[in-house]
Design a protein around this ligand. Structure first.
Ligand SMILES: [Mg+2]
Length: 257
């Protein structure tokens, strides 16, 4: 059990579940660069015009001119499989047959968007590894639930030296109903033998916090380091904090070994 302190309120938890993008990793730095690069690659592949480019980014919930991502849009919350389907639909709507559209997305978009992340794309939103260590040393566990693919999440955590402290990962390709459905949260609780009311969710989107509420989580903590505003998160959050840096682990058990 770990004793955490958020906004000067202390509470105990056995499991802290984190979202990845916008919570641990700078969303815009990672996905902004990645979606622009992969979108351009797809446009080149199909010899697409400006209108197709605009439709593609708009359908994904991303504005390339401003770099703004819609906090309740596909890029912010959907699984990679759904994002690939959206890209295919956009090509189809612009006159490319479905079979060919799927092939183009496979070769130009998936190969790019699903590639192993590189360190220059990863900007941490706080001392992730240190926070995870403190939580584990205080006697609780850490899990990750992300819409990104499982292997990408594991590779990202490894690159920021945080993977060793994580007890469970659920990715968007893990065959569970994803956020805001409660399934992934309940799955992690079940796997780590923790009642949902002893688990806390930390995330940057409505989908993260809504999932936790539906699962009966002990608390849902919204962070403003991602794609949603305080006003958007407020109806779903027990606490709203600027970033994971505002989470303090105040109760630590002495390490025994
Ligand atoms: Mg997120």
């Amino acid at each position: 059990m770990a004793r955490l302190c958020v906004n000067n309120i202390a509470f105990d938890a056995d499991l802290i579940v984190f979202d990845k993008d916008g919570t641990l990793i700078d969303f815009d730095h990672y996905w902004g660069q990645r979606i622009r690069r992969c979108g351009q690659r797809l446009l080149q592949q199909v010899d697409g015009n400006e209108a197709l480019g605009r439709a593609l980014f708009a359908s994904l919930g991303y504005e390339p001119d401003t770099g703004r991502t819609d906090g309740d849009g596909p890029l912010a919350t959907a699984t990679m499989a759904k994002i690939y389907t959206i890209a295919t639909v956009v090509l189809y709507q612009h006159g490319i047959g479905w079979t060919q559209a799927e092939e183009h997305v496979q070769t130009a978009f998936i190969a790019c968007a699903g590639a192993t992340p590189t360190s220059e794309l990863l900007r941490e939103l706080g001392p992730v590894s240190e926070l995870f260590q403190e939580i584990v040393r205080a006697g609780a566990r850490v899990a990750i639930i992300t819409s990104d693919d499982h292997h990408t999440a594991a590779e990202t955590l490894s690159l920021i030296n945080a993977l060793d402290w994580v007890s469970a990962i659920v990715g968007g390709d893990d065959d569970l109903a994803m956020k805001p459905a409660p399934d992934a949260f309940l799955h992690v609780c079940d796997r780590l033998d923790t009642p949902p009311h002893r688990a806390i969710m930390v995330g940057d989107t409505i989908a993260d916090l809504s999932m936790a509420q539906r699962a009966g989580a002990g608390a849902s903590v919204g962070v403003l380091s991602g794609v949603c505003s305080a006003a958007e998160l407020a109806p779903y959050a027990d606490f709203i904090i600027p970033s994971i840096e505002a989470i303090q682990v105040v109760g630590r058990e002495k390490k025994t070994n």
